[in-house]
Design a protein around this ligand. Structure first.
Ligand SMILES: [Cu+2]
Length: 155
């Protein structure tokens, strides 16, 4: 059964006329702060569990820094890929991207084979490796120049 909206509002008047306790009794401060501390701890623990491990890879003309990456299977990562070179670069790793769980596949190209970054641009890819193995890394434009690397996913 629903009450009419008007009578559902107990505080029609401003000014606090009700019989309010103005605080003569002892307040349960220790318990309250213990509860607050426990809540904060819980929130902090949740935040840590859900935030990915950030791995930064810088693209330069013409190399990856670093060019050897190791990820652990079933751990959440954020690959931060930034281009500090003067040319466009790619983080091309089709086999890797096929084997992982992608959190935000829209940052990849349509074929989901690479991250493409313009000079000065950076992109973040969230993913969880699901398969142990070794995966090649190249810059599709500059593999001829030695812009390559290797990615390992381990237990
Ligand atoms: Cu390149």
């Amino acid at each position: 059964m629903r009450k009419p909206a008007a009578s559902a509002r107990p505080h029609g008047r401003a000014g606090g006329v009700g019989p309010r306790d103005s605080g003569d009794g002892p307040k349960p401060v220790p318990i309250a702060s213990a509860v607050a501390a426990a809540l904060l701890l819980a929130v902090a623990t949740l935040a840590r569990a859900s935030s990915p491990e950030v791995v930064t890879v810088v693209a330069a003309d013409y190399r990856f820094e670093p060019n050897n990456l190791t990820f652990r299977v079933n751990v959440a990562y954020r690959l931060h890929f930034e281009n500090r070179g003067k040319e466009l670069h790619e983080f091309t790793a089709p086999a890797l991207f096929k084997s992982v769980e992608l959190g935000n596949p829209s940052v990849l190209n349509a074929e989901r084979t690479e991250l493409v970054v313009q000079p000065g641009e950076q992109k973040d890819l969230d993913f969880v490796p699901r398969q142990v193995g070794r995966y090649p890394l190249t810059c599709a434009d500059h593999d001829w120049a030695g812009m390559t690397g290797e990615i390992a996913v381990v237990e």
